[in-house]
Design a protein around this ligand. Structure first.
Ligand SMILES: Nc1ncnc2c1ncn2[C@@H]1O[C@H](COP(=O)(O)OP(=O)(O)OP(=O)(O)O)[C@@H](O)[C@H]1O
Length: 979
């Protein structure tokens, strides 16, 4: 066990406290040996406290063992040993959580990470994986908030830490851990407790420590800011709290004084009580905002299973290898199912369902969505029960449970008393005969206060089952009994109309959507997803079949979908929008992907403000939707590298993935790990136009050479690749030759040697490579950004209007009043002062010009009309040409095509340097994109991009006669820049 690093005063204080406690302990247990070496005082001290307090008459080693085993029981039972046994401890998969990037999971405000930064001497790395036992290693971290979606494994993680601590595998620097389930605290919500008493009541196994001793420890801890007692309080499932956490109240700071449970909780969170104790709070993301950011030092996120962990889960769950393989391959067939299994509770439900379904039926569609899977789960439980008990009674019980679930959920209550059960028509004694049916769905929690009666509390085996059954109740009431049980707002006169139509499914859905959106804790979010999922006809049929109900009305969800989209547009928070996206997915809405894109692009979901959890939620929805994403164009979703990275790390798609202009080495590393991930189904990757350089390519090739990488197309056009990059690509292909078929290295500088190396691969019968592009290569391609596409323009004197004077070795053209003595030529513009360049543009081209006055900087098809004064001749005046009109008088740039202004940009650059403005043009002919930039201090400022299809060869051109027919700005000029 590690010796603690503390300052000398802290050590002195600790020793004095130790002496005090030793005296105290000696007075109670005179026969116990409590001497120990100062160097290990903390660890020994913690054990001693437990040992000495726990056993009076026995010898030390036996006592120690007995206390440890007692503690182990505590922590095993905390999660419910029954459930563990049922699942088999073996299916536990070692979970991970991630430090997230300092943003409040709910509000996107910055979390105070300063403490962590100063202590480690470096900034807090976002996205860093962290083991539960390492979370509290930083002395300055008091409160950790762990978020994660429903069923992702937060409780499991808490239990893992507790068990590891109890079994002395980890976190031994924590002297005592008090783990509360917020739901169970609800048993005592109306009552007042002393903290020690609450600990004894909720964690009965701690009763081996006398209340006075506990009080002494708590008082010492309260009065010492040094943390000599390392206490950890865990509050698991804050989202299930019924407490009003009024975080502004300032009440008594006497830790031994009796207080209401919510006041205790509030003061612990605020640090008014036990400021040196550590706190670990877990919650679903929507309820994270119950705690103000200043009360939290670190936010972590549980992300669920990785692909190999999903497999590990099923292999551990089914000891029969053949059965496990069969189930895994079934899951892999359905993309959405496979993706959803990153949520452990879904693995659990899926395992239960598939175990049964695959035995009893042949082929057929497997459940894919969340709702489908839960319906199957219910059906499996019901079918099992119907074999043992009276079927009608089983159905009746399920319906009663569903009613109970709904009414309790509305009250935000996830646990209930016997009385609540009775009100829903469940007699616990009679129901106990049906224990087989209830065991998988329902559990009982008991609590007893010293001197009081035992209290029984009930809850569903998992909150998601509670939410599902609540939705089942609304659904049955609506479709079978034609009753709307959703409480609506108080009726106003204008709502009377709605009242007539109260039981329309759309109305019920709208009321549920409103209630869910309004809930500050998001307690109806998952319920809403189930409710909407249940309204699909296939799900309705399935449910009705299971509950042997007569068929209800079938219904069209279009109005509900429209309503949800409206809500998304008005949604106050990303979390709410994300849940509404989930809802659209449950409703199989085809426009889901577009909705997400729109919200991201419109800034309603601001890409730079989304937390990693929100990013993964979005990617999860995108990928698990049944929508086929042929091209997963990351640019459509985000505009920052960080956002991109978050998407990349989640990208698990068969679709072509395009990434433009943003990749850095960090992203290459992430991408490389995606390529070599076991489950990566990425087949086509387009990284063109990213300045990867050889170093980036090398990072990528680490993934490419992995035998797990099955990439078929890799586009690295214009990525600054030289011979060195080619060599590492060739070496990766030698290691993994059988997948990549197309490699695009155009616009790079492979040199002869690089080209030779890769071309040899084309001939190699063991390589699958059949297309290799090395065209447009050369040393000039090693310039960063678009400058690598620089082309030398040459003005075409034959096309120049007679009022255009060419100078500076034909690199400058100026509009002059005197006619120039140019010979007649059919290519010459005879009315408009314009001219073309000789260069026919191919591939990607870039140039820069300086201009002054009033000019058109254009590209045009070569067949633009040269004679007459019609718009057919004017750059931007027809559908053959596109023009950036620049005018330094009113400081604007505007883009014209087909005589329409398609964009206007006011340019500060134009304002600042009227004598020499600089503009850049970039054309990617095959991709159909034309971009204009203004250039200031060598930086490109994007003005506008046209996306189109170029049907004919393009030529650059310049013009000097703009909108007004008879007004020319003489002395306007354009000069070609040398780059
Ligand atoms: N690491 C794991 N290994 C095996 N099973 C797991 C693991 N994590 C979670 N599970 C399974 O998933 C179920 C749900 O996990 P848990 O209760 O921890 O989720 P949660 O995040 O606390 O959910 P909620 O927010 O809904 O309370 C567990 O009952 C267990 O069956």
């Amino acid at each position: 066990m590690a010796e603690q690093q503390t300052s000398p005063p802290a050590q002195t204080l600790r020793l004095s406290l130790l002496q005090r406690l030793k005296c105290f302990l000696s007075s109670i247990f005179p026969q116990a040996d409590i001497s120990h070496g100062a160097g290990h005082c903390v660890t020994l001290f913690s054990t001693d406290v437990m040992v000495q307090v726990a056993q009076r008459p026995q010898s030390s080693p036996t006592l120690q063992l007995s206390v440890q085993s007692r503690l182990q029981d505590v922590f095993r039972s905390a999660r419910g040993e029954a459930e563990r046994q049922r699942e088999g401890r073996l299916c536990d998969v070692n979970p991970e959580q991630f430090v997230i990037d300092g943003r409040d999971a709910q509000n996107n405000t910055l979390r105070p990470f300063r403490k962590l930064e100063t202590e480690t001497g470096q900034s807090a790395e976002s996205q860093r994986p962290i083991q539960p036992c390492d979370v509290f290693q930083q002395l300055s971290i008091r409160t950790v908030l762990t978020t994660g979606v429903a069923g992702i494994g937060k409780t499991f993680l808490v239990q893992k830490l507790l068990l590891d601590w109890a079994e002395q595998r980890a976190s031994q620097d924590l002297h005592l851990i008090f783990a509360f389930t917020v739901r169970e605290l609800g048993l005592w919500r109306e009552e007042s407790f002393r903290l020690a008493e609450l600990i004894h009541t909720c964690i009965p196994e701690t009763k081996c420590i006398k209340e006075e001793t506990l009080n002494d420890i708590l008082t010492t801890s309260q009065n010492s800011n040094r943390g000599d007692f390392r206490l950890l309080f865990v509050f698991d499932g804050l989202d299930q709290s019924h407490f009003q956490l009024d975080l502004k109240t300032n009440t008594s700071l006497d830790v031994t004084k009796s207080m209401r449970v919510d006041v205790l909780l509030t003061n612990l969170i605020r640090g008014k009580l036990l400021p040196s104790a550590r706190l670990w709070i877990t919650t679903r993301p929507a309820a994270a905002n119950q705690i103000p950011p200043e009360c939290i030092d670190l936010v972590t996120e549980v992300r669920g299973f990785t692909d190999p962990q999903k497999e590990e889960y099923f292999r551990k769950r089914f000891r029969d290898e053949e059965q496990a393989s069969r189930i895994i391959s079934h899951i892999k067939i359905s993309r959405s199912l496979h993706i959803m299994c990153h949520i452990p509770v879904f693995c659990w439900i899926t395992a239960t369902v598939l175990e049964e379904v695959l035995e009893t039926r042949e082929g057929g569609e497997l459940p894919k969505t969340l709702t489908e899977m839960y319906i199957h789960f219910l059906v499996v439980q019901l079918n099992k029960a119907k074999e043992k008990y009276v079927p009608e009674k089983c159905i009746q019980y399920i319906q009663s449970l569903a009613k109970l679930a709904f009414h309790e959920l509305l009250k935000s209550s996830t646990s209930f008393m016997e009385e609540d059960l009775r009100l829903s028509g469940i007699n616990t004694r009679a129901a106990s005969k049906y224990s087989g049916l209830f065991r998988e769905i329902f559990t009982q929690v008991c609590g007893q206060r010293e001197g009081g009666d035992q209290r029984n509390m009930f809850c569903f085996a998992h909150l998601s089952l509670h939410e599902f059954l609540a939705a089942v109740h609304v659904n049955i009431s609506l479709f079978i009994y034609n009753r709307n049980v959703m409480p609506g707002p108080r009726l106003k006169v204008h709502s009377l109309l709605t009242c007539f139509n109260k039981t329309s499914a759309t109305n019920v859905h709208k009321m549920a959507v409103n209630k869910a959106v309004q809930s500050p804790t998001g307690h109806l979010d998952v319920f809403l997803r189930f409710l909407l999922g249940l309204s699909l006809p296939t799900n309705q049929n399935h449910l009705q079949g299971a509950l042997t109900l007569t068929a209800g009305r079938s219904q069209n969800n279009q109005k509900t979908i429209k309503y949800i989209k409206k809500k998304i547009r008005k949604s106050p928070s990303p979390e709410k929008s994300i849940n509404l996206f989930h809802c659209l997915n449950e409703l199989n809405d085809r426009s889901l992907v577009e909705q997400i894109q729109q919200s991201l692009r419109s800034g309603r979901l601001s890409t730079d403000k989304l937390s990693p959890a929100q990013w993964s939620a979005l990617v999860f929805i995108l990928l698990s939707s049944e929508e086929d994403l042929d091209v997963f164009d990351l640019k459509k979703y985000s505009a920052s590298e960080e956002a991109l990275l978050k998407l990349l790390t989640s990208a698990r798609t068969q679709a072509e993935t395009k990434v433009y202009n943003y990749l850095t080495l960090k992203s290459c590393e992430a991408l490389s790990s995606v390529l070599s991930s076991q489950s990566s189904s990425l087949r086509h990757l387009d990284l063109s136009n990213n300045d990867l350089q050889d170093s980036g390519v090398k990072l990528l090739t680490a993934g490419l050479k992995s035998p797990l990488c099955t990439l078929e197309t890799l586009r690295l056009s214009g990525c600054l690749v030289t011979e060195e990059g080619c060599a590492s690509l060739a070496s990766a292909l030698r290691s993994n030759p059988s997948h990549l078929r197309e490699l695009d290295l155009s616009f790079n500088h492979p040199g002869d040697a690089g080209a030779k190396l890769l071309s040899a691969g084309l001939e190699n019968p063991f390589w699958s490579l059949d297309t290799l592009r090395l065209d447009f290569g050369g040393e000039q391609r090693l310039k960063p950004g678009v400058k690598k596409y620089t082309c030398e323009l040459e003005l075409d004197t034959n096309s120049a209007h007679r009022n255009l004077e060419l100078s500076h070795n034909n690199r400058k053209v100026t509009l002059v009043t005197e006619d120039q003595s140019y010979p007649d030529h059919p290519d010459r513009f005879d009315h408009w002062p314009q001219l073309l360049c000789r260069n026919q543009l191919t591939g990607r081209c870039y140039w820069e010009v300086k201009w002054r006055g009033r000019v058109d900087i254009a590209v045009t098809y070569g067949d633009i009309r040269r004679t007459g004064n019609s718009l057919d001749c004017v750059f931007g005046g027809n559908d053959h040409s596109w023009s950036l009109r620049c005018y330094d008088f009113d400081l604007t740039y505007s883009v014209w095509h087909n005589n329409r202004k398609i964009s206007t940009v006011y340019s500060a650059a134009a304002a600042s340097s009227s004598s020499s403005n600089r503009v850049a043009v970039y054309v990617d002919c095959p991709a159909g994109s034309l971009s204009f930039y203004s250039v200031s201090s060598n930086k490109l400022i994007h003005l506008h991009t046209v996306n189109t299809t170029f049907t004919d060869p393009l030529y650059p051109g310049f013009g000097f006669g703009l909108e007004t027919l008879y007004f020319f700005e003489y002395e306007s000029s354009v000069s070609l820049c040398r780059l």
